[in-house]
Design a protein around this ligand. Structure first.
Ligand SMILES: [Zn+2]
Length: 56
C-alpha cells in the first residue's frame, strides 16, 4: 500500500508536457467548497498540472 502511494507521488511530480521531474516540487492546494484543487507549475516548461480531490 505504501509502495503504491509512493508510485503515485512520483507520477504526480512528472510533467505531462515535457516529462521533467520536479523533485522538490510542491503542490499548492485551494479548497473550493466540497473539493480541493491542487496546482503545480512545471519549472521547466511552465505547464500547469491540476488535480482535483473531492471531499465527502
Ligand atoms: Zn514541463
Amino acid at each position: 500500500m505504501d509502495r503504491l502511494r509512493d508510485h503515485y507521488a512520483d507520477v504526480d511530480r512528472e510533467c505531462s508536457e515535457c516529462g521533467f521531474v520536479d523533485e522538490d516540487g510542491e503542490w499548492s492546494a485551494r479548497t473550493t467548497g466540497s473539493r480541493i484543487d491542487y496546482r503545480h507549475v512545471c519549472p521547466s516548461c511552465g505547464a500547469i498540472e491540476v488535480r482535483t480531490l473531492k471531499l465527502k
